[in-house]
Ligand binder design. Structure first.
Ligand code: AMP
Ligand code: ZN
Length: 458
């Protein structure tokens, strides 16, 4: 079966055909680097990584672009409130530029520990101010902007198709929001460029044809996608929260400037819930990958947990679920390792079935289940191993490099164990028992086999 993906634009699963043969242009909205990423954010990046790996397994060359939002994302979802970067700077006592670098590095380290493939192109909003300004000028030329006392706004009422991605009820929104519109003409209008307040010295601000200030949050994605992928590319992704505001705004900007809806496919990863509420950086308490590591989990157990749920269903996080994922992962790795060296070719039937699962809108839960079926199948271990290594190009669980932890036995423990083994062979049971007690006191358990013994750390 050819690749089929769910497209939020049409609200249906469609066959994927790249716009240019053999090549896929992919843009994924990246992190706002005012704080660490939480495991909720990372579920979205894991979903996108599953997409990239599936595209590659289908033989496509993927040109993956991800932005880094380091300016202009305001604390409130409307267009007022503080810039998250300036707020992060106040919280940490470091400059906005310093924390941007710090949290970008931390984000990349999180991707690495979850075995998420890095994009081909990273692009920072602050490195593309000129591109954003000329994009806004393009929108201005087409007559979609107006000026208020605090910025340059996009007039969404000029675009009949505005909000189609989110199936927004524009009339209903219009009726409900009359009172607190401020200078905005319509509730869905949004800032393209914000002016620095006259009394304020911002850490991040630039001159523009409209006045000194900074870009609105949405324009960076339209401008950088335009620069690196063109006006119309294959797939654009983000979390489900982007369906109603950020992505409709990106689409409206590109449609105004260049007449396209930016991407052929719009895909969204659903949230992970903690205590059945959305996990959020702005509400304070949140879980980072480092917290999982500090608690003794392998971060790949979180990847495994995410693989057990389809990306289009919400997933509730619990420590019990993570424990179960860690156990499942451990067993799977042990079984794969025990198969020994891989043969040259994977099993054709299993490979076809695996790709078929992925091609049904990235059905990773069923693809993962196939690993268990394969392990039980009547095939030579070398073939099973070759097949599982190929599966792992999509699963990303690290089968090729994983080895069981070899626990070093200290020399004094080894000496007591050897003495006990000798006492036992000499049928000196009293001495053997005494030495067993000594081993227990040292924190080790000795198991007697027929010809030798094994030691386990308690
Ligand atoms: P941000 O850094 O806040 O701009 O968010 C980065 C990405 O994480 C966006 O694509 C969001 O849609 C996504 N995201 C935010 N919260 C969650 C969550 N609880 N579960 C899954 N994805 C999320
Ligand atoms: Zn974006």
């Amino acid at each position: 079966m050819s690749l089929h993906l769910y497209d939020t634009w049409t609200r249906s699963v469609r066959e994927f055909t790249p716009l240019k043969p053999g090549e896929v242009g992919l843009y994924t909205c990246g992190p706002t680097v005012y704080n660490y990423a939480h495991i909720g954010n990372l579920r979205t990046y894991l979903f996108e990584d599953g997409l990239v790996r599936t595209l590659r397994l289908n033989g496509y060359r993927v040109n993956h672009v991800m932005n880094i939002t380091d300016v202009g994302h305001l604390v409130s979802d409307g267009d007022d409130g503080e810039d998250k970067m300036e707020a992060g700077s106040r919280r940490t006592g470091q400059t906005a530029w310093t924390i941007a670098a710090l949290y970008t590095d931390a984000f990349r380290a999180d991707l690495k520990s979850l075995n998420i493939t890095e994009p081909n192109i990273w692009c920072k909003a602050t490195d593309h101010i000129a591109e954003q300004i000329s994009f806004i000028q393009e929108i201005e030329k087409k007559g979609y902007v107006y000026r208020t006392s605090d910025g340059i706004y996009f007039d969404t009422s000029k675009q009949p198709s505005y909000g189609y991605l989110g199936r927004l009820d524009i009339a209903g929104l219009q009726a409900g929001a009359r009172v607190d519109l401020g200078e905005k003409k319509n509730p869905t209008d949004y800032a393209l460029w914000k002016f620095s307040a006259p009394e304020e010295k911002r850490q991040m601000e630039w001159d523009s044809p409209w006045g000194r200030g900074f870009p609105g949050w949405h324009i960076e994605c339209s401008a950088m996608a335009h620069k690196y992928l063109g006006d119309y590319f294959d797939i654009h992704c983000g979390g489900e929260d982007h369906i109603t505001v950020h992505h409709p705004n990106e689409i409206s900007q590109t449609e105004a400037a260049y007449g396209t809806r930016l991407a052929n496919f719009w895909m969204h990863g659903y949230f992970i819930l903690l205590n059945s509420s959305k996990m959020s950086k702005s509400t304070g308490e949140f879980l980072r990958v480092q917290v999982l590591i500090d608690k003794g989990y392998d971060p790949i157990a979180y990847r495994y947990l995410c693989l057990t749920a389809h990306y289009r269903s919400q997933l509730t996080f619990s420590w019990e679920a993570l424990d179960a994922a860690q156990t499942g992962l451990e067993r799977l790795r042990q079984s794969v390792f025990a198969l020994g060296p891989a043969g040259d070719v994977p099993d054709v039937d299993f490979m076809a079935r695996f790709i078929e699962k992925l091609n049904e809108d990235l059905n990773f839960p069923q693809a993962l289940a196939l690993t268990h079926e394969l392990l039980k199948a009547d095939l030579a271990p070398a073939i099973k191993k070759a097949t599982l290594l190929k599966f792992d190009e999509a699963l990303g669980l690290g089968f090729a490099t994983w080895v069981p932890l070899v626990v070093e036995v200290p020399a004094n423990v080894r000496a007591v164990a050897d003495a006990r083994w000798a006492a036992r062979n000499a049928k000196d049971w009293a001495e053997a028992d005494r030495l067993r007690g000594e081993l227990t006191a040292l924190g080790w358990t000795m198991k007697d086999g027929k010809d030798s013994y094994t030691l386990a750390k308690n």
